[in-house]
Design a protein around this ligand. Structure first.
Ligand SMILES: [Zn+2]
Length: 385
């Protein structure tokens, strides 16, 4: 980082905001804004704007490195926290490749870098969040969801349905606990019924049921079509072979909730494995602050991410997400070249081209690649005159 480099970045950010279309979010006047600089991720907050024009003028004037806005709508967004007059908050989810547990490529490149595989893995979690939870279990329609690339290595999903706005912190916690499968209660899934004075029957979830019950039963039956999948759930080989041989009968009985027929000795740990395969892979963090805190600030869609120089780009639909390549579609600084001194062990793929690795080399790079490496601390932008 250098004064010269920082000024170059600010210049690009300013030009981006001069030309950007539709930067203001809905309910603009009721949102709190925060801004980050090289010195501090959120250096200014409790700011508000009356119009798109006013917001844009501020962005062009100050060229902030980060722009955040509140999930909440307030009567007076500029007032101190307890005097803002809370009117409601969107529900938001933050999916970050850095929080995906056991991502093999991370062992190679470390937590600070995001490669194509990281970005793809984050995208898959977003699809699961929407298709396995938000739509079927909560009944949100695709139209009520907004998907945004985070600008770095993940995605933000916003739910703007009227009915979520008034949810308090506790209700938000319940939603995140449900989605992230925290504290699952085994006894609520499996129970015994007495069929006669001498016999009890083990009952459990049916695949046709809604919510987690249906997910667990379906995941088990999916695994039951392969002996390897069964043993990978922690089922011993003898039991796995038996299930596999009797698959038709197992399906028929589990469909009725009769798990007594499937005698899995260590059902509780198998259940935990089934559950952990279905949850959204975000470790323990899953940025609970984002989902649970109604006053959280989050990156403004279509603003610049100051850690990469990419656009935190709005993705218009789930179908568009399938083909969205952030290292192409979220490039902000498309024109010009910058002279850099680069020292990076990574191979950067951007705009269909590859950059690096570099060993303390001076070279000219397209502005988007130069700023990306600079903001990641892997290159210095140097004066070419
Ligand atoms: Zn990776």
């Amino acid at each position: 980082m250098s004064d010269f480099g920082n000024k170059a970045i600010a210049g690009y950010i300013r030009e981006y905001y001069k030309a950007a279309v539709a930067i203001a979010p809905d309910h603009l006047e009721q949102r709190e804004f925060g801004f980050g600089s090289f010195a501090s991720r959120i250096a200014v907050r409790h700011t508000a704007f009356k119009s798109d024009r006013e917001l844009r003028a501020y962005l062009v004037d100050t060229a902030p490195l980060h722009v955040d806005y509140s999930a909440a709508y307030y009567k007076d967004p500029e007032a101190p926290m307890d005097k803002k007059g809370w009117l409601g908050s969107e529900l938001r989810f933050d999916i970050d490749a850095g929080d995906i547990v056991k991502l093999p490529c991370r062992i190679e490149h470390g937590k600070e870098w995001a490669c194509e595989k990281c970005l793809q893995a984050a995208k898959e979690e977003v699809v699961r969040l929407i298709e396995n939870f938000l739509v079927p279990d909560f009944g949100f329609s695709a139209r009520e969801l907004e998907i945004n690339f985070s600008g770095n290595r993940g995605y933000h999903v916003h739910v703007r349905k009227e009915s979520v706005l008034s949810l308090d912190k506790r209700a938000r916690e319940e939603i995140s606990n449900y989605i992230f499968g925290n504290d699952p209660d085994y006894d609520a899934f499996f129970y015994t019924v007495r069929v006669d004075p001498r016999h009890e029957k083990q009952m459990g979830p049916k695949p046709k049921e809604g919510g987690w019950r249906g997910k667990v039963a379906t995941a088990f039956l999916n695994a039951a079509s392969s002996k390897e999948d069964l043993t990978s759930l922690g089922i011993d080989k003898v039991t796995a072979s038996w299930i596999f041989r009797n698959i038709a009968k197992v399906r028929e009985q589990v469909a009725e909730g009769n798990w007594d027929f499937v005698r899995i000795p260590n059902r509780e740990s198998v259940f935990e494995n089934l559950l952990s395969r279905q949850v959204i892979n975000q470790g323990n963090r899953i940025d609970k602050g984002v989902t649970n805190d109604p006053s959280h600030l989050m990156r403004l869609p279509n603003s610049i991410h100051g850690g990469t120089g990419l656009i935190a780009k709005k993705v218009p639909s789930l179908a568009a997400l399938e083909i969205f390549d952030p290292m192409k579609g979220a490039i902000a600084f498309k024109t010009g070249e910058l002279k850099v001194k680069a020292d990076s062990r990574y191979r950067l793929s951007m705009n269909g081209r590859e950059f690096g690795p570099y060993k303390n080399e001076e070279l000219e790079l397209p502005a988007y690649a130069a700023t990306y490496l600079y903001l990641k601390g892997l290159a210095d932008i140097i004066n070419s005159k």
